[in-house]
Design a protein around this ligand. Structure first.
Ligand SMILES: Nc1ncnc2c1ncn2[C@@H]1O[C@H](COP(=O)(O)OP(=O)(O)O)[C@@H](O)[C@H]1O
Ligand SMILES: [Mg+2]
Length: 265
């Protein structure tokens, strides 16, 4: 079975592994039945392009009452609908024939009343082993429902964003666990998606501290690490982008430049 490099493909592949299945928010292709199914158990769901990136076109849909719905878009637009049919017609028009996915909404942890999620960067080292090279918190811009750097999200050390929730020792331990979790996800993902040298895992932590896997990126950007005050992580991530086990050689400057311009999340 070949799993396509899409949100649905990667979700289906991850779901095959019992270690990760319980950390996947339910995700389906966007159809009227699947939206209804998700609203049976969730007040909030997310709709997004199956091949999207950077948070562009992500829509949070809130059910306000049995018949009223509200959509909040990545570009901040807000609309309300007075029936399911109106909501659904709108979503169909908006998606313009492209495959969209709908996903159970998570109540993300907050800092300064803004939601944040976590990006874990896992890269192959010189010997082809997976190593967690970076982990950062991404804090949404005020009023936004997405945390992506390309959409105004700000990057902070996780220690800072988790400070309201954990004592220092507990926090350090939890972050170490997340680093190992990211590595396990990458090791598994590389079996279904061979050939990639890096994975960027988006983790959403719910109020009960469960680390939900929002999505796994196969071409994770490096730029967000550059925006950390402490450059240690950025330097490590950049060092690992140079490793190519197949050729063993280092990339030249133009390869590196191309990669920096290819930031896609
Ligand atoms: N199910 C969800 N619950 C809560 N927040 C979500 C959910 N899905 C997406 N988001 C928010 O939107 C952002 C972008 O979603 P994501 O699935 O990672 O798409 P993209 O490929 O555009 O980055 C996430 O980083 C998160 O902040
Ligand atoms: Mg993402």
């Amino acid at each position: 079975m070949i799993y396509p490099n899409t949100k649905l493909g990667k979700y289906e592949f991850l779901k095959q592994n019992a270690d990760f299945a319980e950390y996947l928010p339910q995700t389906y292709e966007m159809t009227d039945e699947n939206i209804k199914l998700l609203f049976q158990e969730n007040k909030t769901i997310f709709a997004k392009s199956n091949t999207g990136f950077g948070g562009f076109g992500v829509i949070r849909i809130n059910q306000l009452s049995p018949t009223r719905y509200q959509t909040i878009h990545s570009n901040d637009k807000v609309y309300t609908f007075d029936s399911f049919e109106h909501l659904y017609n709108y979503l169909m028009r908006m998606s313009g024939g492209k495959t969209y996915v709908v996903q159970a909404g998570l109540q993300l942890l907050t800092y300064d009343r803004k939601p944040f999620d976590i990006r874990i960067m896992i890269q192959k080292n010189r010997s082809g082993e997976w190593v967690t090279t970076g982990i950062v918190g991404r804090l949404a811009k005020r009023g936004k429902v997405i945390t992506n750097f390309m959409n105004g999200g700000k990057v902070y050390p996780l220690t800072k964003l988790l400070s309201a929730y954990y004592e220092r020792k507990e926090r350090d331990y939890y972050i170490e666990r997340l680093e190992r979790y990211g590595k396990r996800i990458a090791v598994y993902m590389s079996q279904g998606y061979p050939g990639f040298r890096a994975f960027g895992v988006d983790i959403g932590m719910s109020k009960d501290f469960k680390p939900w896997i929002i999505e796994v990126n196969t071409k994770p950007g490096t730029i967000l690490f550059k925006h950390m005050k402490d450059r240690t992580m950025y330097r490590r991530v950049m060092r690992y982008t140079k490793y190519k086990s197949d050729s063993g050689g280092e990339k030249n400057a133009s390869d590196k430049e191309r990669e920096e311009n290819k930031e896609n999340d």
